[in-house]
Design a protein around this ligand. Structure first.
Ligand SMILES: *[C@@H]1O[C@H](CO)[C@@H](O)[C@H](O)[C@H]1NC(C)=O
Ligand SMILES: *[C@@H]1O[C@H](CO)[C@@H](O)[C@H](O)[C@H]1NC(C)=O
Ligand SMILES: *[C@@H]1O[C@H](CO)[C@@H](O)[C@H](O)[C@H]1NC(C)=O
Ligand SMILES: *[C@@H]1O[C@H](CO)[C@@H](O)[C@H](O)[C@H]1NC(C)=O
Ligand SMILES: *[C@@H]1O[C@H](CO)[C@@H](O)[C@H](O)[C@H]1NC(C)=O
Length: 516
């Protein structure tokens, strides 16, 4: 960041040194950037519309600093150790629309802000209280971002002018409670993540008639607040202490599309079908023993990873014809009833890693599912056999992760069903490196699939070799390959050092699969 300022500064300095202050760069679009200043530079052109100052040491802002900048629209003062601001410093800036004073040491909201202000960001300061007059007259303010300060309460009177406020961000403060309702009729986005809130008074949300997005992630809530506004599209309640969610209490959220409940203490959830427009439901890191019952039919993403689910039944995904992303990883699933995925005709991403599966649960999938599944993760299960039946017709499969299972054989024919396979993860399996496996190797090379791992556990003379790249195995099997087959392999010219690139990513959390 700092370096790029420096470079910009240097390149402009020579050309414009007569009109531009030291340690600043001025561009023709009337914007000025300064760094390492110890005061607001005096010589900033009066025609400046945008002023960016960062990484400076400006302890106090004074009334005289901006007095003559009569067309200033945007002022950013970042990382400059600013502690205080004189009364009226910004008052006369009638064209100022956006003021950002982030990462400083301000203890209060600057006073007498100009009434045309639309955006005010004061993130990462030490503001510990809001006062009734702080935002007085800011009828045009749309965005107020106060994240990462020390605010403990919200006095309703402080917000009474903010009739047009659309976005209020209070993440990372010290709020333990909020009192009477705030009247912010145009508010669309409210985020109070990472505070210490444990409940809301009745009617707190009643006046937010336009709210679309609400985040209360990272608080101490034990209940879903009542009276949430009907207009909500997204509700984030992750990292709280919810033990139960009564869907009856939120069923008025008829347009809710995203409901995030990960990292709570939920043991079950039932009745999500009451939210007809729900497309995303996240329940990761709870204590669910089963897949939630009665899910809404428009669901596209269901995340039940990191729970205690042991069994997936044929009814679990009934009616979920739009489901695209299903995360059941890090559970204890040992039983996955045949046909359970039959209804999911759009499934593209199936995460089943770190369970107790002994086979690939795709025996009776919808033919259309076979046409959409792009990523299948089975890492860390107890799978021994990879049969044609399970992977049949997965025409779109691009990523198959079989790492850390008990697979010793992989029939070349299985690959014929996977025309688009690009990434195959095989390490952590006890491969039996027979000459048959060499045919599979050839098929993979021909496809251009990127294969990770594949160390032989047997036979004894091949132990430790990697069957995708070993020359030794190739020689051992020489007699078993027809001359035609051998020719193919030679022409492809396996690089001798491929062995060393194989298995570089042995990190179990390696998750970086790109899909088309
Ligand atoms: C700044 O304004 C506030 C509020 O009007 C007032 O209480 C305070 O005394 C003023 N400070 C100075 C230094 O004038
Ligand atoms: C739900 O969405 C529809 C369509 O966008 C809209 O007409 C309706 O007013 C919304 N309902 C609520 C309660 O906001
Ligand atoms: C929510 O669902 C209802 C009924 O299915 C529908 O009329 C409405 O348009 C949906 N709202 C949105 C935003 O999709
Ligand atoms: C490897 O495969 C061969 C041939 O199918 C078989 O005879 C042998 O027992 C297998 N070895 C192991 C360890 O499974
Ligand atoms: C090659 O095939 C013959 C039988 O066709 C078998 O006896 C021999 O063990 C095979 N060699 C290897 C290395 O698998």
């Amino acid at each position: 960041m700092y370096l790029s300022y420096l470079l910009v500064a240097l390149s402009f300095q020579s050309a414009l040194s007569t009109t531009c202050p030291r340690r600043c760069s001025c561009d023709p679009a009337q914007s000025v950037q300064c760094y390492r200043a110890t005061e607001i530079p005096r010589e900033i052109p009066f025609t400046t519309r945008r002023l960016y100052i960062s990484h400076s040491k400006i302890k106090q802002l004074q009334f005289t600093d901006f007095r003559r900048m009569s067309v200033l629209e945007e002022l950013v003062l970042l990382c400059s150790g600013t502690e205080s601001i004189e009364n009226n410093t910004f008052k006369a800036l009638s064209t100022l629309k956006s003021l950002e004073l982030c990462k400083n040491q301000l203890k209060q909201i600057p006073t007498f802000l100009p009434s045309g202000l639309e955006i005010l960001r004061l993130t990462d300061n030490s503001i510990n209280a809001l006062h009734a007059s702080d935002f007085a007259g800011l009828m045009k303010l749309r965005v107020l971002d106060l994240r990462n300060n020390l605010i403990a309460t919200l006095p309703p009177s402080a917000f009474s002018s903010l009739y047009n406020l659309q976005s209020l961000i209070l993440d990372g403060n010290n709020m333990e409670s909020v009192s009477a309702p705030l009247r912010l009729p145009r508010l669309k986005y409210l985020s109070m993540a990472d505070n210490k809130l444990n409940s809301f008074p009745t009617n707190f949300f009643a006046s937010f008639q336009s709210l679309h997005f609400l985040s209360l992630t990272g608080n101490f809530l034990t209940k879903v607040p009542l009276d949430l506004p009907k207009s909500l599209l997204s509700l984030k309640l992750e990292k709280n202490q919810l033990k139960m969610v009564r869907l009856r209490d939120v069923k008025h959220l008829e347009n809710l599309s995203e409901f995030l409940l990960s990292e709570n203490q939920l043991t079950s959830i039932d009745g999500a079908q009451l939210l007809p427009n729900l497309t995303t439901l996240e329940l990761s890191k709870n204590q669910l023993h089963t897949v939630p019952l009665r899910l809404p039919s428009r669901l596209q993403k269901l995340d039940c990873s990191n729970n205690l689910i042991q069994r997936v039944t044929a009814q679990d995904f009934q009616g979920l014809q739009d489901l695209k992303h299903l995360f059941l990883d890090n559970n204890a699933v040992s039983t996955f009833e045949a046909g359970a995925l039959q209804p999911c005709a759009q499934l593209s991403n199936l995460a089943l890693e770190q369970n107790l599966l002994s086979s690939i649960p795709l025996r009776q999938v919808n033919l259309r599912t076979a046409d959409t599944l792009a990523r299948l993760d089975l890492k860390g299960n107890d799978i021994e056999d990879v049969g044609e039946q399970e992977l049949k017709d997965l025409k779109q499969l691009q990523v198959l992760n079989l790492r850390n299972n008990k697979i010793s054989l992989l029939d070349r024919k299985v690959l014929e069903y996977l025309p688009r396979l690009r990434h195959l993860y095989l390490d952590g399996n006890p491969w039996n490196c027979t000459c048959d496996l060499l045919r599979t190797r050839r098929a993979l090379v021909a496809k251009g699939t990127d294969v990770r791992g594949g160390q032989c556990a047997a036979p004894a003379q091949s132990r430790g070799e990697s069957w995708m790249s070993s020359k030794k195995i190739l020689q051992q099997c020489e007699d078993n390959l027809s001359s035609m087959e051998r020719g193919k392999e030679d022409r492809r010219k396996m690089k001798p050092n491929e062995a060393s690139s194989v298995g570089v990513n042995t990190d179990d959390d390696y998750y970086d699969y790109e899909l088309d």
